[in-house]
Design a protein around this ligand. Structure first.
Ligand code: BTN
Length: 268
């Protein structure tokens, strides 16, 4: 069923007056940015059935067959300390996607640092969702945060290789199609609730840490300044990945991509 009539009967995040639905856009993030710069209200959500120039982290593209996925960007205007809150919203969003998937399908994806939702089985892993968080300032100089979610819901198994070699979808994992409206309702509900908790002083860091895949295991980090191999030891207070190198040194990564390495890489 199309999401063109999607409507949240309660709450403010993506509520009717703050929801912008487009059948086809270059990127929901780019549409939301224009609205945000012009002063759009916190809680504005841009939802689309198709993106022709969807963006992923570290300069990647994000594509999904039209009408198969949940693709949206949500606007937040968290209070000071802005950077702290923005990091926490990013974590809360990963947890909200996880919770929504669990509520609707019973499947429980792990979070691959920093914010991919994956399923691991038999030594292999596949990605079902990605989250893109970006911060900027509007025309008044006020900072805002955009969180974009791309969740592969009903991408048929035979089309997954068109997305990426590691892509999966909820339909592929479950063996049957999934109600996208139910997922989106659950996701926006949980994201709104966790954001409110966050503003009231709750810290999602412990829960986010507990949901992270591959902690204590050998991983490869592809960072803008090169590639490194080590053991994913921890995540710091600000969400950076702490990699323990073979020589015992610890390196902190705040941006990058992590892949699991074979166990042949010795953990120190
Ligand atoms: C990643 O894993 O690299 C993040 C992917 C984020 C994709 C979503 S889809 C909705 C929103 N609009 C975009 O252009 N990107 C994000």
């Amino acid at each position: 069923m199309s999401l063109s009539n999607f409507c949240r009967p309660e709450g403010w995040l993506g509520a009717q007056s703050r929801l912008v639905f487009r059948e086809r856009v270059p990127s929901t993030h780019d549409v939301l940015r224009e609205l945000a710069i012009a002063g759009a209200t916190e809680g504005t959500v841009v939802l689309a059935e198709e993106q022709t120039a969807g963006r992923g982290r570290v300069g990647r593209r994000w594509w999904a067959p039209p009408g198969t996925s949940v693709l949206f960007s949500a606007l937040f205007r968290p209070p000071e300390p802005f950077v702290y809150h923005a990091q926490r919203v990013m974590m809360a969003c990963g947890l909200a996607v996880r919770a929504a998937v669990r509520e609707v399908t019973g499947l429980v994806p792990d979070i691959k640092w920093p914010n991919d939702l994956i399923f691991e089985r038999e030594g292999d892993w596949k990605k079902t969702a990605g989250i893109l968080a970006e911060t900027e300032c509007d025309l008044e100089g006020a900072p805002y945060l955009m969180v974009g979610v791309g969740l592969n819901v009903n991408v048929p198994p035979e089309q997954l290789s068109l997305l990426s070699p590691v892509a999966t979808s909820l339909q592929n994992e479950l063996g049957q199609s999934v109600d996208r409206t139910a997922i989106l309702l659950a996701l926006l509900h949980t994201l709104e609730a966790t954001y409110m908790r966050l503003l009231a002083g709750w810290d999602p860091l412990p829960e986010w840490r507990a949901a992270l895949a591959w902690m204590g295991r050998p991983v490869q980090v592809l960072a803008p300044d090169g590639e490194a191999i080590g053991v994913a030891e921890a995540v710091s207070e600000n969400g950076a990945l702490v990699l323990r190198m073979e020589n015992g040194a610890r390196v902190f990564y705040s941006v990058g991509d992590v892949s699991l390495r074979s166990a042949a890489v010795r953990a120190t």
